[in-house]
Design a protein around this ligand. Structure first.
Ligand code: LMR
Length: 396
């Protein structure tokens, strides 16, 4: 009966990696998936991760199951990183956290919970958003609607249009926000705009769901949490799906978390029991290794400082590539003002290249970027920059 099953479309991001691996051209460049590369074009294991793993090798005594929600120590460390040690959320114990297999696992867990236990099945996501959001939410059974976010002409956020869209949201609806480094545009709300959005959600009774996958890649680990923290000041209820793929370079360990914040401990624990029930019926309990690494680093002052510096180094290299990219495009005679790329945050640049230009880049030049025109700046190096910009100059 399997012959009756139709072929699924290739994934817009991970499908590109598959195609890239099959491409035999030696000069090919993969700027599709959001994976950090160093100047040598490699994705190294962070030094702090190696140190934590050495400690684990030495001290770990068992590979027995974790609980359904995973390690309590990890959950506490995640909450401190998200909300700050002295935040009301932490000191009043109003949050419960479950270890999750990556940010995607966390989003899916939150979506399953919403579909089964919350009054509205509607989620508002930005237009555009990460190519997998719709997939995750629709598969869980949520109705996905979009709010305006980006103005393609100004290459900037259209905040008024965003507010106009969200005026149509009804009490109970979920609203997805990108904690920082909006994927794919790289444009985040200012602190004042976060404040307006936080108050809007509180006044209208909307439920914010934060997708927080790039903490540390915009301005800094603490700075990047400000939007979420402003929300937590105005909204007693929140869901957060965070990932440590990027900021700990733990892509293949699948380590993230889903956090539920409520008005008090009892309410949080009661609602969280349903998150646990959802996890049990899905993957039972989480993988341990990645979260154990993160817990060691976040709870050791010296390792934390060293990790913070490693994140800063990744952030700074990406910024350097943004500047070099804009300068090289100019050198190659590409017409237009690309300075907006320097102002974008995180791994991605929303280039404005059309689907035809994206296809031409792949077919004729071996340059892989996402169909929406999203380019992973984190994959640019001084060595591939010239070839990349020559290819772009040829297609625009
Ligand atoms: C991306 O946007 O490239 C990353 O989040 C990786 C993924 O799973 O799509």
């Amino acid at each position: 009966m399997f012959e009756q099953v139709t072929q699924a479309a290739a994934d817009p991001i991970l499908g590109l990696t598959e195609a890239f691996k099959k491409d035999e051209r030696s000069n090919k460049i993969n700027l599709g998936v959001g994976i950090y590369k160093n100047e040598a074009g490699q994705t190294p294991v962070l030094a702090t991760v190696k140190k934590a793993e050495a400690r684990l090798l030495d001290e770990e005594t068992s590979k027995s199951y974790l609980t359904i929600q995973g390690s309590a120590e990890y959950g506490a460390a995640v909450q401190k990183l998200l909300f700050g040690q002295d935040s009301d959320v932490v000191t009043q114990q109003r949050a419960c956290t479950a270890q999750a297999p990556g940010g995607t696992g966390a989003l899916r867990t939150a979506a399953d919970f919403a579909v089964k236990h919350l009054p509205s099945n509607k989620i508002w996501v930005s237009n555009p958003t990460w190519a997998n959001h719709g997939n995750v939410f629709k598969t869980a059974g949520l109705e996905v609607v979009t709010y305006d976010y980006y103005n393609a002409e100004t290459k900037d956020m259209d905040f008024d249009a965003m507010l106009t869209s969200l005026a149509h949201a009804q009490a109970g609806d979920l609203v997805l926000f990108h904690g920082c480094c909006h994927n794919p545009t790289g444009i985040d709300p200012t602190l004042e705009q976060w404040e307006v959005l936080a108050k809007l959600c509180a006044e209208k009774g909307l439920l914010p769901l934060f997708d927080f996958a790039y903490q540390g890649f915009a301005k800094g680990v603490e700075e990047d949490a400000q939007g979420l923290r402003i929300f937590a000041q105005h909204n007693t209820e929140l869901l957060v799906a965070n990932s440590f793929s990027k900021n700990f370079g733990l892509y293949n360990e699948r380590v993230g978390a889903v956090t539920l914040v409520a008005k008090d401990t009892a309410t949080a624990e009661q609602a969280f029991s349903q998150i646990k029930s959802g996890i049990r019926s899905n993957y039972s309990n989480p993988p341990a290794h990645g979260a154990a690494i993160v817990t060691i680093i976040l709870n050791d002052a010296a390792l934390y400082a060293e990790w913070d510096k490693e994140v800063a180094d990744m952030r700074d290299r990406i910024q350097e590539m943004r500047e070099l990219f804009v300068a090289t495009l100019k050198d190659k005679g590409v017409a237009g003002d690309y300075s907006f790329i320097i102002r974008q945050n995180g791994m991605f640049s929303f280039s404005g290249l059309s689907p035809e230009q994206v296809a031409q880049l792949k077919d004729e030049h071996g340059v892989y970027i996402v169909g929406s025109g999203r380019i992973s700046v984190a994959g640019m190096t001084k060595s591939n920059m010239d070839a990349l910009c020559t290819a772009i100059a040829a297609v625009v």
